[in-house]
Design a protein around this ligand. Structure first.
Ligand code: AMP
Ligand code: GLY
Length: 421
């Protein structure tokens, strides 16, 4: 098969790394890719959102399967455009990508099929939103209804904080049209876990689950980021609970999407809160998480390309996934100043010294520098990953590899997997 992966992050490097090992693969392309991806795929200089150019490239190069990594091209309709051109694309249509693109759309699905989630209400005017907050009191969660690059959620511990969120989103419109409506939710308490399911429209298979670390600083402090680390498996979310959530959360959502005439195919990522009275859905995303993808693929024994092909053909019913009996951990190395203003252009050396059995280093916001060095060219720059027989061994291995990397202008969290290891 000729395959085109779309994106340029550590997630897409891991996807390319895994697909490059597939016996089904003939030629692998990645648009736009990065210097790490260039070692396993041919990078093409087309932006992930340039759908017209991507379709033309896929046609000219006899691409058999397109695999978009990030949500933006999915929400913008890349799957619809590829399929209209007769090219298979593993990802949801724009209509099905609403599961990530609109919080109230997802809440409508959860209500229609009784998926356990936080009680909620949607408001289009600030006065009713404020009255609701006064009635319910704190803690309470205020969310902009549209896409806000992960910044539109305020978990308010006081009523004043919740009111300030309404001021910002609805009066000052800091998120533009995405905050014109808000969803206000009950505050859930518990441990968070991310569940990933491979979906073919009708059926779904668990691809694994992971704990991720969204805050920039050790001990979950500082601003939210795209993700600073992850590990899998999660001890208090064993396979029996994964299967229960597949039945109670993923499958009912798929069924409702079919009923609405917009079946979901692709990766459905459920952000869950393990509350005292059971797992509850916080949100859906319509793609792999980054860096969760990296750890999931390190544990996957089955051929990823065959799995994507089966999902595209609606054949998951007869498919079976297998995993290595290991733990995997990912630590993101970011440029100083991330997430607000990452410093660009610093030199990263020593990646060859960091290489050792059980370690994989995936590249994200980096450019090729002199003498096999890399230059920081983004916020999240590397994902350093390790596998081992236990999480503790993977934890020790990943930080040993990080110690060998020479990059004084970079930083990482030092507590990924620590509490659980
Ligand atoms: P979201 O963008 O919806 O994933 O929300 C971002 C983060 O806010 C989540 O990962 C949770 O940590 C937190 N959060 C969202 N909704 C709730 C809720 N109803 N109760 C408690 N925390 C929440
Ligand atoms: N790491 C969280 C995400 O990809 O959304």
């Amino acid at each position: 098969m000729n395959v085109l992966v779309i994106g340029s992050g550590g997630r897409e490097h891991a996807l390319c790394w895994s697909i490059a090992a597939s016996p089904l693969l003939e030629k692998l392309w990645c648009a736009p890719g990065n210097p790490g991806i260039a070692a396993v795929a041919t990078c093409v200089d087309i932006a992930a959102l340039d759908i017209v150019a991507l379709v033309a490239f896929a046609q000219d190069n006899a691409i058999d399967l397109v695999i978009p990594g990030p949500e933006a091209p999915l929400v913008a309709g890349i799957t619809d455009a590829m399929e209209a051109a007769g090219i298979a694309c593993f990802g949801p249509t724009a209509a099905a990508a609403q599961l990530e693109g609109s919080k109230s759309f997802t809440k409508g699905i959860t209500d229609a099929v009784s998926i356990p989630t936080a009680l909620w209400e949607r408001f289009e005017d600030a006065a009713s939103a404020r009255a609701f907050i006064r009635r319910r009191g704190a803690p309470i969660v205020v969310k902009a209804d549209g896409l806000t690059a992960g910044k539109g959620v305020v978990v308010a511990t006081t009523e004043d904080e919740a009111m300030a969120a309404i001021d910002a989103m609805m009066d000052q419109q800091v998120f533009g049209a995405s905050g014109a409506a808000v969803v206000i939710e009950e505050c859930l308490v518990g441990e968070e876990v991310s569940l990933f399911a491979l979906c073919d429209g009708e059926d779904a298979l668990v691809l694994g689950s992971a704990r991720d670390y969204k805050r920039v600083g050790d001990g979950d402090t500082g601003p939210n980021t795209g993700g600073m680390g992850a590990f899998t498996p999660v001890t208090n979310f064993p396979p029996v609970l994964e299967q229960a959530c597949l039945e109670q959360i993923i499958r009912p959502a798929l069924k409702e999407m079919v009923r609405r005439g917009t079946p979901f195919r692709g990766i459905l990522y459920a952000g869950l809160m393990l509350a005292e009275d059971g797992a509850k859905l916080i949100e859906f995303n319509v793609r792999f998480g980054d860096p969760e993808c990296q750890v999931l693929l390190l544990r996957l024994k089955s051929d990823l390309l065959s799995a994507f092909q089966a999902a595209c053909e609606g054949e998951l019913r007869n498919f079976d996934l297998r995993w290595h009996d290991t733990a995997a951990i990912a630590v993101v190395m970011a440029a100083r100043g991330y997430p607000d203003a990452p410093e660009q252009g610093s030199v990263i050396r020593g990646l060859d010294h960091a290489a050792r059995p059980g370690v994989e280093i995936f590249c994200a916001g980096a450019a090729a520098g002199p003498d096999a060095a890399l230059l920081a060219a983004g916020g999240r720059v590397l994902t350093v990953c390790a596998t081992g027989p236990t999480l503790a061994s993977a934890h020790d291995l990943v930080y040993a590899a990080i110690d060998a990397i020479q990059w004084t202008e970079g930083f990482c969290r030092l507590d990924i997997g620590a509490g659980a290891a």
